[in-house]
Design a protein around this ligand. Structure first.
Ligand SMILES: [Mg+2]
Length: 235
C-alpha cells in the first residue's frame, strides 16, 4: 500500500477509538457473525507493509480469530509449517518471494490451505492471474473491513464443508475396508493391499512374504459362547 493511499477505516482523528470503531464495524455487524466466532481459528496475514498487516490483523481480531503476521513470503512458508493456519491472507506485491510465488509453494504442499489475496493492484489481469494461480478469493486495498470479514467467513465455511467431506470419505473408506463385527480388514481390502505390495516389490526388485495363520478349533469358541463373543475375541 502506498503512503498516499487511504487505508480502510483509518480516517483522521480515529486513532483514539476502539478497534471495532476504527474499522467501522458496528455492534450489529459483529453480532451477525458472533455465532461463527471461533477463537481456535488461526489466520496468517502476510504483508511486507507493517501498517497494512496491522490493519488486517485488527479487523480479524475483532471477530475473535487468532492472527499471526508475516512480513515476507519466506516467513509465511515457515509459519505454514510451524503454526498451521486455517486461512492465509496474502499480499501480492512483496520484495523477494512475491504473493504469486508464495502461493505456488503453498499449493505444492499436501495440506490445502485456503488463501485470499489482499492487494493494492486493481488491474483485472492481476485479479485473473491471482485466481488462476490458485487463490480462493481476492480483495483489493483499500478494503472495507466488513467485506473482508465476510469473505473470511465464506472461506472458513467452505473449508469446514471440505473438512466434513474428507471426514465422511474417511469413514466410508473404513466401512468399505473393514468387517463390521470384528473391525478387521476384509477380503476386498486384503486383495487391494496385496496388489499394492506386489507392485511395490516389482518397483524395488524385492520379494513379498505373506503369512497365513489358521486358528484351529475356533468354532468351539462361537459354539460355546456366541458369534458376538467370537468377534470380540478376533478383535
Ligand atoms: Mg506489499
Amino acid at each position: 500500500m502506498g503512503a498516499s493511499q487511504p487505508r480502510a477505516g483509518l480516517a483522521k482523528g480515529q486513532g483514539r477509538k476502539n478497534p471495532s470503531q476504527r474499522l467501522n464495524i458496528s455492534r450489529y455487524d459483529r453480532s451477525m457473525s458472533a455465532h461463527q466466532i471461533n477463537d481456535e481459528t488461526k489466520i496468517l496475514v502476510v504483508d511486507d507493509d507493517p501498517a497494512s498487516a496491522k490493519l488486517v490483523k485488527l479487523a480479524l481480531e475483532c471477530d475473535g480469530y487468532q492472527v499471526l503476521t508475516a512480513n515476507s513470503g519466506k516467513q509465511a512458508i515457515k509459519e505454514m509449517s510451524d503454526w498451521s493456519p486455517h486461512l492465509v491472507l496474502l499480499d501480492v506485491s512483496m520484495p523477494g518471494l512475491n504473493g504469486l510465488d508464495t502461493l505456488k509453494y503453498l499449493r505444492a504442499r499436501n495440506h490445502y490451505v485456503s488463501t485470499i489475496f489482499v492487494t493494492g493492484r486493481s488491474d483485472v489481469d492481476d485479479v485473473v492471474r491471482g485466481l488462476d494461480a490458485g487463490a480462493d478469493d481476492y480483495i483489493r486495498k483499500p478494503f472495507d473491513a466488513k467485506e473482508l470479514l465476510a469473505r473470511v467467513r465464506t472461506q472458513l465455511r467452505i473449508k469446514q464443508l471440505n473438512d466434513n467431506l474428507k471426514a465422511a470419505n474417511k469413514k466410508l473408506k473404513s466401512l468399505v475396508d473393514k468387517d463390521d463385527l470384528t473391525g478387521l480388514f476384509n477380503m476386498r481390502s486384503l486383495y487391494e493391499k496385496l496388489d499394492n505390495e506386489l507392485n511395490r516389490a516389482r518397483r524395488f526388485g524385492r520379494s513379498v512374504c505373506v503369512i497365513m495363520m489358521d486358528m484351529d478349533h475356533f468354532k468351539n469358541v462361537n459354539d460355546s459362547n456366541d458369534h458376538l463373543f467370537g468377534s470380540f475375541v478376533l478383535q
